[in-house]
Design a protein around this ligand. Structure first.
Ligand SMILES: Nc1ncnc2c1ncn2[C@@H]1O[C@H](COP(=O)(O)OP(=O)(O)OP(=O)(O)O)[C@@H](O)[C@H]1O
Ligand SMILES: [Mg+2]
Length: 232
């Protein structure tokens, strides 16, 4: 089986004329099942831009993205929206959970939208809560959860449709060191034990050290990380 996600020759610029900013200048990346790829890079290096392109949210100026056998930017918008909903999970720095819904309902929701039966969405959500050691928080609303717990619910929500890849943009960016560590440990376990693929933009040297692969976005290209000390 080939990689779950493959991009080649990605270019992306913003602005025009003198204000033109070339953010990506030929990015290639392949991600396999069960692999967690950490993407490091200074602020403004283009990590979020890259994740948006990988997830079908932002057209590149050039290059291709292949996800689940589909050429993401060559298919009609409606097909791309479907691909995003079914094949990609997103986790952001801010959890974006719906405040009026419980943890369980927040996790079930993308499943219901994708057409899962309610019983199946509930079964998956409860299984994920168990994984996250949050079974006893199923009925809590986001406001009743700690920041670390909220992010674990957000990760569960991203996983409910069993996506080909989860794209996480600084998922531990707002967490204290101990909650960050717990979250990273969970992501790494999910990659190993559920063969889940992740691309994680991160400023965390701890995660970069333990990821299967760590790359650095530098001058618009992805490079292997020579040493974690490089960006400490
Ligand atoms: N829609 C946009 N219009 C114009 N410029 C943009 C746009 N989106 C991003 N940029 C610019 O592109 C560059 C890369 O931004 P991006 O958000 O991808 O960086 P990042 O690596 O995620 O940074 P951070 O670590 O701070 O999150 C930045 O200079 C940013 O200002
Ligand atoms: Mg960013």
């Amino acid at each position: 089986m080939g990689p779950v996600l493959r991009v080649a020759g990605l270019h992306k610029s913003f602005g025009r004329g003198a204000a033109r900013l070339e953010v990506l200048r030929g990015v290639d990346l392949e991600v396999d099942r069960g692999e967690l790829v950490a993407v490091a890079g200074t602020s403004g290096s283009g990590k979020s831009t890259l994740l948006h392109i990988l997830g079908g949210l932002l057209h590149p100026d050039a290059g291709r993205a292949i996800l689940a056998g589909a050429d993401v930017y060559a298919i009609p918008e409606r097909a791309r929206a479907r691909l995003r909903a079914l094949r990609v999970g997103f986790v952001f720095q801010m959890h974006h959970l719906l405040p009026e819904f419980t943890a369980l309902e927040n996790i079930m929701l993308p499943g219901l939208i994708a057409g899962l039966r309610e019983s199946e969405a509930r079964r998956r959500a409860l299984e994920l809560l168990e994984w996250m050691s949050l079974a006893d928080r199923a009925g809590h609303q986001p406001g009743e959860l700690s920041g670390g717990e909220q992010q674990r619910v957000a990760v569960s929500r991203a996983l409910v449709n069993a996506p080909d890849v989860v794209l996480a943009d600084e998922p531990s960016g707002n967490l204290d060191p101990s909650s960050s560590e717990t979250l990273h440990e969970l992501l790494l376990r999910l990659s190993r034990e559920r063969q889940q693929a992740f691309v994680v933009a991160t400023h965390s040297p701890g995660l970069a050290k333990r990821a299967q692969r760590t790359l650095v976005l530098k001058s618009g290209r992805l490079e292997p990380l020579a040493a974690v000390e490089e960006w400490l």
